[in-house]
Design a protein around this ligand. Structure first.
Ligand SMILES: *[C@@H]1O[C@H](CO)[C@@H](O)[C@H](O)[C@H]1NC(C)=O
Ligand SMILES: *[C@@H]1O[C@H](CO)[C@@H](O)[C@H](O)[C@H]1NC(C)=O
Ligand SMILES: *[C@@H]1O[C@H](CO)[C@@H](O)[C@H](O)[C@H]1NC(C)=O
Length: 189
């Protein structure tokens, strides 16, 4: 029994050895080689800073309600808005435009003012022109600083992941204008 086992073992060894015999490149169907990982870090971190302008005024609004809160809703629960809000370098709406925030926000919390944010930042500045970052997150707007996840990106921001910190710079309920400061940190290739 033992001699049979060792015979099988020896046979397998011969098969294994012969299969690793070198073949000329013209005969090779597939070729494996060890992978050398680049010692250079390939992922980058980019930090962006801008101001978001949400203007719900009657004339030329940048955002508008697309779904009214349903009957019986308390605190506007369910109200949904679509925005195409400018992003600028400075706090003034007339400062340099660096991109836009396009997407939806909706009142998604019964307890406090918690918004569901589903949006794309599309940038227009320099090398970032036409690149996008996508946010899918929760925005408890009564808190001083809100954190929202960056779940992806395109263009320069392919494979992006990261987070955005948002802080209200100005909120004027009379004119329904909000200006929000954003710091965005993203890892990408
Ligand atoms: C909001 O939009 C109105 C109408 O376009 C404009 O007059 C007003 O200056 C805007 N406010 C801000 C703070 O952007
Ligand atoms: C961004 O790209 C668009 C289309 O490719 C082009 O028309 C526009 O001039 C570019 N803007 C900047 C600031 O480079
Ligand atoms: C953004 O970063 C700047 C500089 O570090 C800081 O002064 C500001 O408070 C930050 N804002 C937010 C919303 O994180």
């Amino acid at each position: 029994m033992a001699s049979l086992l060792s015979l099988v073992f020896a046979f397998n060894l011969i098969v294994m050895m012969s299969s690793s015999l070198p073949t000329t490149s013209s005969e090779a169907f597939a070729k494996e080689s060890p992978m050398f990982v680049s010692p250079k870090p390939m992922e980058k971190i980019t930090q962006l800073h801008f101001y978001f302008h949400d203007n719900l005024t009657k004339t030329n609004p940048t955002a508008m309600q697309i779904v009214a809160p349903p009957k019986g809703s308390v605190g506007g629960f369910g109200a949904t808005y679509m925005m195409d809000d400018p992003l600028t370098e400075g706090t003034s709406p007339s400062s340099k435009l660096v991109g836009r925030s396009q997407g939806i926000y909706a009142i998604a919390s019964h307890q406090e003012l918690g918004l569901l944010m589903v949006l794309n930042f599309v940038f227009t500045e320099g090398i970032y022109n036409a690149s996008t970052l996508s946010i899918l997150g929760r925005n408890p707007i009564a808190e001083t600083v809100r954190e929202m996840p960056i779940v992806g990106g395109s263009g320069i921001f392919r494979y992006a992941r990261g987070f955005a910190l948002a802080k209200t710079y100005l909120y004027d309920p009379k004119s329904s204008v909000a200006i929000v400061e954003y710091n965005v940190s993203v890892l990408h290739f």
